[in-house]
Design a protein around this ligand. Structure first.
Ligand code: BES
Ligand code: MN
Ligand code: ZN
Length: 502
């Protein structure tokens, strides 16, 4: 997609589609829209007065202009009430603009950005939200589909129309960053939407190696012999029932800045979770190709961070494996010894995510990190607790939790904290090993985090359970049915805001 920034006046633009953003509580049309309204015999004022168009969020109406102004069509796009507007509502409105225009078969949009009334002080953030929403909404996963050229409608060009040239600099930065971020999120979505057959651990490892062709990124892959040497019984145990050998991806980005911190991202890379011997039911099992969403988010975030050249040292650790039932599979009752030396009784083979993460969290120690953040589609229990609007957050450090929460709110990839009180540790006690891999029937998201906490004792750590947020059941303004790419924008924002950790 080609994105231009133009300084000009809307009523003089010869656009295919000229989009004005409107507030629901707006009484009279103003500025450039008033000029257009005049030229169109006050049609717009009439529409609003008669409530033919109410500018609720994500509502739009398109009007032909019959040559009365240079633009061929005007779109009015709602933002809801003015006092309630947020960057995410702008992200949504931009997404709605993009998909509606594309589906009309129109190849170009000119957005009258001034009509949003963005505060000067934070214009970059709002412009960037607009770009992100626009690009993310146009995502489609069509690699496996024969699409006729007629069906294949493509929006090729976006022009951001600004009236003041002072706004150019922040708009330009916003376009650059917005494009990098949207590109990374779509890369992550593609990986998650890809069927498990085409993203085996070995293929994911190759993908990570390709990423390392970017300047500043190094990649190392650990295979079974190295994993054995390192005593990584978690990832080895989970993978032993599968025909696909496990891979442990290590990606390292170095910003080479003075006084930078080392931040480790750990991502669950279950390329298919059948449940193993504790086999899942058939319904919705296909969705378990997305059980590597955490790992995919880590790959996407590192891709964006390296392109933005952010001044920190980032390490990505992604244990990749399938969880399959077979004659060689791990069995309930088996005991695993992890990289850290601790042992766990496998009470349920479907609680496999924590087993591979335990090795990765233990391994993270060697980087002496200032902070470790893990992302994992870890529990159905988290989906029961929080639904799809927030990822579950648990951790051992108040300051880090605060930073993650702030980044989540800024990007609208919101997180909600669940308590990681000692009271819950009771549930994962084992008679024959240090711990066991499931708790009782209650508080499953928390007992899963309790398990992880035993391997993250040596550094500030936050765990994000993205089981509910990584997958969308239906289309939204800028999210499509399928993978959301959650985590990428949050992690990039976290690193962008990073200041030396106390
Ligand atoms: N990958 C699943 C969790 C999951 C469920 C992700 C639904 C996305 C949507 C995980 O490995 C799992 O199977 N967890 C079990 C744990 C249980 C056996 C303690 C679960 O949540 O049922
Ligand atoms: Mn499972
Ligand atoms: Zn799983």
């Amino acid at each position: 997609m080609n994105i231009n920034i133009k300084i000009g006046t809307a009523e003089k633009e010869s656009a295919e589609m000229l989009v004005f953003y409107l507030y629901e509580d707006l009484k009279t049309v103003e500025g450039a829209l008033a000029f257009c309204d005049n030229a169109l015999n006050n049609t717009i004022t009439e529409l609003i007065k008669k409530k033919e168009f109410v500018a609720k969020l994500n509502k739009t109406i398109t009007l032909p202009t019959y040559g009365k102004i240079p633009a061929k069509r005007i779109m009015l796009a709602g933002l809801g009430k003015k006092k309630d507007v947020t960057p995410d509502k702008v992200r949504q409105a931009a997404g709605t603009t993009a998909t509606i225009t594309r589906d009309m078969g129109i190849g170009e949009v000119t957005g009258v950005i001034d009509s949003i009334n963005i505060p000067d002080s934070s214009s970059k953030e709002w412009y960037q939200a607009y770009i992100e929403g626009f690009l993310l909404a146009l995502y489609k996963f069509q690699k496996y589909k024969n699409v006729s050229s007629e069906e294949q409608k493509e929006l090729k060009e976006l022009t951001l129309l600004l009236s003041k040239k002072e706004a150019f600099k922040s708009a330009n930065e916003a376009v650059r960053h917005g494009q990098i971020i949207a590109d990374a999120v779509c890369f992550t979505r593609d990986l998650i939407n890809t069927p498990a057959q085409d993203k085996t651990p070995a293929i994911l490892a190759e993908t990570a190696k390709k990423l390392a062709k970017e300047p500043g990124i190094l990649c190392k892959i650990l295979s079974s012999p190295e994993l054995k040497k390192l005593g990584m019984g978690g990832i080895l145990g989970v993978s032993q029932g599968s025909a696909q050998p496990p891979k442990f991806i290590i990606l390292e980005y170095n910003g080479r800045a003075k006084n930078q911190d080392t931040i480790v991202f750990v991502g669950k890379g279950l390329t298919f979770d059948s449940g193993g011997i504790c086999l899942k039911q058939a319904k919705d099992m296909d969705q378990m190709k997305s059980d590597m969403s955490g790992g995919a988010a880590v790959l996407g975030a590192i891709k964006a961070i390296s392109k933005m050249k952010l001044p920190q040292h980032i390490v990505g650790l992604i244990p990749c494996t399938e969880n399959m039932p077979s004659g060689s599979a791990i069995k309930p009752g088996d005991i695993i010894r992890f990289h850290s030396g601790k042992t766990a009784e496998v009470a349920n083979t479907d609680a496999e995510g924590r087993l591979i993460l335990a090795d990765a969290l233990g391994f993270a120690e060697k980087y002496k990190p200032s902070a470790v953040i893990d992302l994992a589609t870890l529990t159905g229990s988290c989906v029961v607790a929080l639904g799809t609007a927030a990822s579950g957050m648990m951790g051992n450090n108040e300051e880090l939790k605060k930073r993650v929460k702030t980044a989540g709110e800024k990007t609208w990839e919101r997180v909600w904290e669940l308590p990681l009180w000692d009271d819950y540790q009771e549930q994962i006690k084992s008679d024959i090993a240090d711990i066991k891999n499931i708790g009782g029937p209650h508080a499953g998201a928390i007992t899963a985090a309790c398990f992880l906490s035993r391997f993250a004792e040596k550094y500030p750590w936050v765990h994000l359970d993205i089981a509910g947020t990584s997958w969308c059941e239906k289309n939204n303004a800028y999210l499509q049915k399928g993978a959301s790419g959650v985590g990428v924008r949050l992690l990039v924002q976290l690193v962008q805001n990073w200041i030396r950790f106390p």
